[in-house]
Design a protein. Structure first.
Length: 243
C-alpha cells in the first residue's frame, strides 16, 4: 500500500462517520435542543475528533445558535462546518530563516519519514539559492547517514557525518562548526527516531538543543515534528511530549 493510500485508509473511519452518522443526526432531529447537542457530541467523538475537540465544537455551536438565532438543524449544520474549518486553521507556517545561519531540527518517532522530509526541504532551499548543510544526527539506524548523503547529493547540499554509533550531539557540534566555516545559510539536522515516552532518548534531544543554543545563540531556530498522517489522536500526544 502506497503512502497516500495509507493516509486515505486511515481517514476512512473519520470520513464515513462525519458523512454518515452526523448526517443522520441533522436529519433525525426537527429542532435544536439538548438531545440534539448530546447526539451530535457523541457522533463527533465516534468520528475520532477527540473528546476535547468535540466538546469545544458543540460548545461553539451552542453559542452560534444562540447569537445568530438559528432555528433549523440545517442552519446548525452549516454553522458547524464553519466552526470545524476554523478550528482546523493554523497561523503562519512559514519557516523563520531570517539569520545566517538558521537551524532546522527535525524530530519524530521511527519510520515517519524524517530523512526524506529533510531531503525535500533541502532541495527546496537550494533551489532558492540558499547554501544548505545536512547534519547526520541519526547515528543509530543502519545506513541512516548513507541515506542522508544521497539526499545531499540530490539537493546540492553539503553534509557532515560520523561513524555509526557516534554521539549525536558531537555530530551536531561538528556540523555547526563546519557550517560556520563554510558560510552556510541553513543547517538541517537529522535525528534518530525515538518514542516520545523514552526519557533517555528525549534527554538526548535536549542535549542537541542546548548545543545549538550555545554555539548559535542568535540564530533563528525551527523544530519540525514529522508525524505519520494515519497516527490519529496519538499525534497530539507526540506533539505535547516532544515539545
Amino acid at each position: 500500500m502506497g503512502f497516500f493510500d495509507k493516509i486515505k485508509a486511515g481517514l476512512t473511519k473519520t470520513r464515513e462517520a462525519l458523512s454518515g452518522t452526523l448526517g443522520s443526526v441533522f436529519s433525525g432531529f426537527s429542532e435544536i435542543d439538548d438531545d440534539f447537542y448530546d447526539e451530535l457530541e457523541e457522533s463527533l467523538i465516534l468520528a475520532d475528533l477527540g473528546v476535547d475537540t468535540s466538546v469545544k465544537a458543540v460548545g461553539r455551536l451552542r453559542k452560534a445558535v444562540r447569537e445568530q438565532h438559528l432555528k433549523t438543524t440545517e442552519e446548525a449544520r452549516e454553522a458547524l462546518k464553519e466552526i470545524l474549518v476554523d478550528m482546523l486553521s493554523v497561523g503562519d507556517t512559514k519557516l523563520n530563516l531570517s539569520t545566517h545561519p538558521s537551524v532546522i531540527l527535525v524530530i519524530g518517532v521511527n519510520g515517519v519519514g524524517k530523512t526524506t522530509t529533510i531531503g525535500k526541504i533541502a532541495k527546496q532551499l537550494t533551489s532558492q539559492g540558499k547554501k544548505v548543510m545536512l547534519v547526520a544526527g541519526d547515528t543509530f539506524r543502519a545506513a541512516a547517514a548513507d541515506q542522508l548523503e544521497i539526499w545531499a547529493g540530490r539537493s546540492g547540499a553539503s553534509i557532515v557525518r560520523q561513524h555509526e554509533g557516534a554521539d549525536p550531539a558531537s555530530v551536531v557540534f561538528d556540523g555547526i562548526q563546519s557550517a560556520k566555516a563554510k558560510d552556510v545559510d541553513v543547517i538541517l539536522i537529522d535525528t534518530a527516531g525515538r518514542l516520545h515516552n523514552k526519557t533517555n532518548l528525549m534527554n538526548e534531544l535536549n542535549k542537541i538543543s542546548r548545543i545549538v543554543a550555545r554555539e548559535l545563540p542568535d540564530a533563528a531556530k525551527e523544530v519540525l515534528l514529522v508525524l505519520d498522517g494515519t497516527t490519529g489522536q496519538n499525534g497530539l500526544i507526540q506533539a505535547k511530549q516532544f515539545k
